[in-house]
Design a protein around this ligand. Structure first.
Ligand SMILES: C[S@@+](CC[C@H](N)C(=O)[O-])C[C@H]1O[C@@H](n2cnc3c(N)ncnc32)[C@H](O)[C@@H]1O
Length: 281
């Protein structure tokens, strides 16, 4: 039997293809919208570049070997390789690995599989393990222990990702480990916290762009398709609406309700960059 394709993976690749086609971006992370950058879809590549620069600026001096966990389409790995770092990636997605290999070149070694499952040579140690918007996908219970096993003594973990706050109510924006659970796991890990920066305000505008796309692109497009279908195939349209009523309701709530915006993101999520250090012994 062939393995089931993960719908999140399909979503990431569909987004990658769409934004690559229209904007030429091959990054899969949020943009960093600093005050001088107008929030509009055309500026997404510039905002994503600012995020990459911000992340890379937190790599401590002396770091040479980096493990890029959840390397996406290889955008960050390419930048790091170009800056002279030795980089290896971890990727559970064959389709994204293919894109990453193409972008970062044949010399970029990708460990295929989930970080939880990939087996490394015991000798193979890194100076820094990086999680750029991939931390939220990885099992919290074992992530620090696994990352520390891959590090030399005194090595670093760099996390840039969002977490769930405990604001009341249900958010239509998914993803992120609960912040309280993350903090408890971090405290238990024995890692030293060297930097902890909150970039929620600068990342929330990504959701305003998603909201605008919902209102100005998806909603009118779905409406138009519905209108044409209702007129040309009224019985089939009724049947499909009835059969997929739950799915349609979910899509409407998630993407078309107008709740998927920066304000809600800033209420239900907190986006943090953390630089952590493994003790010397
Ligand atoms: C939002 S993308 C971020 C990609 C890239 N790091 C970036 O900053 O553009 C999330 C990445 O996490 C990867 N991922 C998901 N689950 C994972 C797991 N269990 N172990 C390792 N990577 C995982 C996905 O395949 C994808 O590459």
């Amino acid at each position: 039997m062939t393995a089931k394709v993960d719908s999140k993976e399909v979503g990431l690749i569909a987004g990658l293809n769409l934004f690559n086609f229209f904007l030429g971006t091959r990054d899969l992370h949020y943009g960093l919208w600093q005050d001088d950058l107008e929030v509009c879809i055309q500026n997404l590549p510039a905002a994503q570049q600012r995020y990459s620069d911000f992340l890379i600026s937190h790599i401590p001096a002396g770091v040479k070997r980096i493990l890029d966990v959840g390397c996406g389409a290889g955008g960050l790995a390419s930048e790091l390789l170009a800056r002279g770092f030795e980089v290896e990636g971890v990727s559970p997605s064959p389709l994204l690995s293919e894109a990453a290999q193409q972008q970062a070149g044949e010399g970029f070694k990708i460990h295929q599989g989930r970080f939880e499952d990939v087996r490394f040579d015991q000798e193979q140690k890194f100076d820094l393990v990086m999680f750029s918007e991939s931390f939220q996908y990885i099992t919290l219970a074992s992530v620090f222990e696994n990352a520390m096993q891959r590090l030399k003594p005194g090595g670093y973990i760099l996390i840039c990702d969002f977490f769930k706050t405990d604001a009341p109510g249900r958010s239509v924006i998914g993803g992120g480990h609960p912040l309280k659970k993350f903090m408890a796991a971090l405290e238990k890990s024995g890692l030293e916290v060297l930097a902890d920066e909150d970039i929620t305000r600068e990342t929330a505008p990504n959701l305003d762009i998603v909201d605008q796309m919902g209102r100005e692109l998806l909603h009118p497009t779905f409406k138009l398709i519905g209108y044409a279908f209702d007129s040309n195939h009224p019985w089939l349209a009724k049947l499909l609406r009835w059969k997929y009523q739950k799915k349609i309701k979910k899509i409407n709530r998630k993407y078309l309700s107008g709740e998927r915006n920066g304000e809600n993101f800033a209420l239900h999520k907190v986006y943090r960059l953390l630089l952590l250090r493994k003790p010397e012994q």
